[in-house]
Design a binder for this molecule. Structure first.
Ligand SMILES: C[S@@+](CC[C@H](N)C(=O)[O-])C[C@H]1O[C@@H](n2cnc3c(N)ncnc32)[C@H](O)[C@@H]1O
Ligand code: SF4
Length: 469
């Protein structure tokens, strides 16, 4: 039977209001920066040689020499208790030089192993806090990466994450000089009560000062905000959004707080669960921010991003060429990403590999002259098809399939799972296309979950993901 028409026959008029929909769909679910998602990766031990073989095969199959590079710089001086990133808290700055040495050595290992040319099209310094490092160390790192290639900001997007409190004018000047044009500031929330609860006190005036310096130099600026943090309420968060609009950053990431205290090392235990806005209350924070940002002229992009209309991210969303990888949304179409540094993930579309998740383990492996990958996943044909669907949904809120393909066995369970979303009028399905309706966009992760065959086959016995809303 044609599964699509089967689904149509079952369509009933949806009578659920938004609060009921949120109750129904607010379940733990991945953020889909990859498919398969990390907890479902099969190669729990991965040899560097196997990963390199897979990567080399992929490189030989393509004429595209472009690469994206992500570098994980894990150190922060002080712990923000909401943080879910891989980080190491320390005030010891002696670790900077040996860590950068390791990253450059790792890069040299890749260069000696790969026979095809590598053109860096995207470079992102993430963390942790890249601006924990002295400007000269970050410049040394960047120049070391580009030894074989000229740094041309018109051809390559260089960006870094920055804690406003540790970003000096010297950082901004030195990094601009070597080609960085985007900086992403962690803001989170300006409400003093929220800041105290998450152990991250930073005033609007301090942020404004560093933001204006970056703008004056010519940077495009992103602000990270988080909704769903402890003690957040509509009034306080509305002020945060208004203050953000006042500074007019080109991009805003509005992340839903991912509460994952069971993940080792997050430190998310410094506040009471009851202090967290949940379900409809949490969603109302997002809706309020969404309305204010759109009224201020921002374009909503994908799941949690906003950008001014002329920003490349908005243009990519408009032209349906937006891309998503482990760093989030990007306008660059680089299929292959090398992740350097502790815990960094590499992706060549047909395979993923992750580096050792401890600073010591990572550096010890590199010191032996070996790549530090320890686990990963090689995608089969079925996973490659699903990966494309999930990427399309996350980037464009729609996905297509060929009419022949829909009869392949694995589509049947997918259409069965989509039925509920269809009945709730969150999606529309035709012969060869699924479109997420405007009312359904908050539930994009739930739509992706219908395609996620790993979740169909194995319901995790312990929580793996944060709630979708
Ligand atoms: C590596 S941090 C940013 C750079 C710098 N360390 C800082 O804090 O300013 C990247 C961003 O991830 C987001 N983030 C961290 N933990 C999160 C969580 N548990 N839920 C949602 N977003 C989170 C924050 O918005 C943060 O700015
Ligand atoms: S939010 Fe940024 S500064 Fe705070 S602990 Fe996380 S990575 Fe470090």
């Amino acid at each position: 039977m044609n599964v699509i028409f089967y689904a149509f026959q079952k369509l009933e008029i949806c009578s659920m209001n938004t609060n009921e929909l949120i109750k129904k769909y607010n379940v733990p679910g991945p953020r889909y920066t990859s498919y398969p998602t990390v907890p479902f990766w099969k190669n729990q031990t991965l040899k560097a040689a196997d990963w390199l073989e897979k990567l080399s095969q992929k490189r030989l199959q393509t004429t595209n020499t472009s690469f994206g590079i992500y570098i994980h710089l894990p150190f922060c001086e002080s712990l923000c208790t909401f943080c879910g990133c891989h980080k190491r808290i320390t005030k010891n700055h002696q670790i900077e030089t040996p860590y950068i040495d390791s990253v450059l050595q790792e890069w040299a290992l890749y260069q000696s192993e790969l026979t095809t040319p590598i053109a860096i099209k995207e470079l992102h310094l993430g963390g942790g806090t890249p601006t924990f490092f002295a400007p000269e160390e970050l410049v040394r790192l960047t120049k070391g990466l580009f030894e074989q290639q000229q740094i041309d900001p018109a051809q390559c997007d260089l960006s870094f994450e920055a804690h406003p409190g540790s970003t000096s004018l010297v950082h901004l000047l030195a990094l601009f000089e070597v080609g960085y044009r985007r900086v992403s500031f962690g803001i989170q929330d300006y409400d003093p009560i929220v800041q105290k609860a998450i152990h991250r006190v930073q005033s609007f005036d301090m942020v404004k000062s560093v933001h204006l310096k970056a703008k004056e130099l010519g940077y495009s600026v992103n602000h990270d905000l988080v909704y769903g943090l402890p003690f957040q309420n509509l009034k306080g968060f509305a002020s945060t959004i208004e203050q953000t609009i006042e500074l007019s950053p080109e991009r805003i990431a509005l992340y839903g707080y991912a509460h994952v205290p069971w993940v080792k090392g997050t430190g998310q235990r410094g506040y009471d669960e009851h202090n967290l806005p949940k379900d409809a209350e949490k969603r109302a924070l997002y809706e309020m921010a969404y309305d204010k940002l759109l009224a201020a002229g921002y374009i909503a992009i994908g799941m949690d991003h906003f950008a001014l209309p002329k920003d490349p991210l908005s243009l990519a969303f408009d032209h349906k060429i937006l891309h998503r990888n482990f760093m989030g949304y990007t306008h660059r179409q680089t299929d292959d990403m090398l992740g350097l540094g502790m815990s960094a993930i590499s992706d060549c579309w047909t395979a993923f590999a992750q580096n050792d998740k401890t600073v010591e383990g990572y550096q010890a492996q590199i010191a032996k002259g070996e790549l530090a990958v320890f686990k990963g996943h090689f995608l089969n044909e079925e996973e490659l098809i699903i990966r494309r669907h999930i990427l399309d949904l996350m980037c464009h809120f729609e996905t297509k399939w060929s009419t022949e393909l829909q009869h392949i066995g694995f589509y049947l369970p997918i259409f069965n799972k989509l039925e509920g979303l269809l009945q709730d009028e969150l999606i529309e399905i035709s012969e060869e296309k699924l479109v997420i309706l405007p009312k359904g966009t908050p539930f994009v992760r739930n739509v992706c979950m219908a395609f996620d065959l790993d979740l169909h086959r194995q319901t995790p016995d312990k929580p793996l993901f944060s709630a979708t809303i």
